[in-house]
Design a protein. Sequence first.
Length: 269
Amino acid sequence: MVLDWLAAGIDPQKSIIFVQSHVPQVTELHTLLSMVTPLSWLLRVPTFKEKVKMQPDNVNYGLVGYPVLQTADIALYKGEVVPVGEDQLPHLELAREIVRRFNSLFGFVFPEPQAKLTNFPLVAGLNGVQKMSKSYDNHIEISASPQEVSKRVMTAVTDPARKYRSDPGHPEICNVFRLHSSFTPARVEEIAVECRGARIGCVDCKKILAESISLNLEPFRERRADLASRPGYVNQVLADGANRAEAIAKETMKEAEGKMKLLQRADLD
Ligand code: SF4
């Protein structure tokens, strides 16, 4: 995953990359923030309701408390802007409510984080139901080979009303067409006309999409292979990132615990 990020262009000098659990302060802040978060706020989060439906026999605290942990992930580093997908907006709204509550009870420590959406705030998965996600197995790996991309794209759901090649299609409701907007922008108009006039079949349309996705991902695959050939590089990035993140986390915790008037161990000396 780290190789994916680095190959996609994230510069570890500018952006601190680390493993969440390597900075233990996040669990401390999670606990403190959970004390100021009413349960009713968490129960209304849409993703919680979705998870309850997905795993009704295992509805645990982790599911309901996840947005509080996510808030701690942001607040620990005093994040002001968070790049998110559209589905994460309710979580971010909740994060703002939680830090607002903390700040009003104990004094200002945490800025209220604002969302930064991309031009494609929601990419639908290949099944056309949920967002594209590894958890839903409806995704295309950004490191996938052209063959893998093609295999995945061929499984994509299209216009459900277009049963036969001779049926006119409705690109506006087709998932493959939405992906064309991202990956084949120069040809979307032409594809829309051909689809509506039943002049192109869904299999051919998917072939075009698979080719343009593979072409878009080619430079990424090359950079990734280069990074993967450097022994120890990723571990070095993560170790350095953990040190830099922890230094910030310690300062924030000192400030938050001070505002909460928690007795510090250092005060005992
Ligand atoms: S031709 Fe393309 S845009 Fe039209 S329904 Fe089939 S996959 Fe979708």
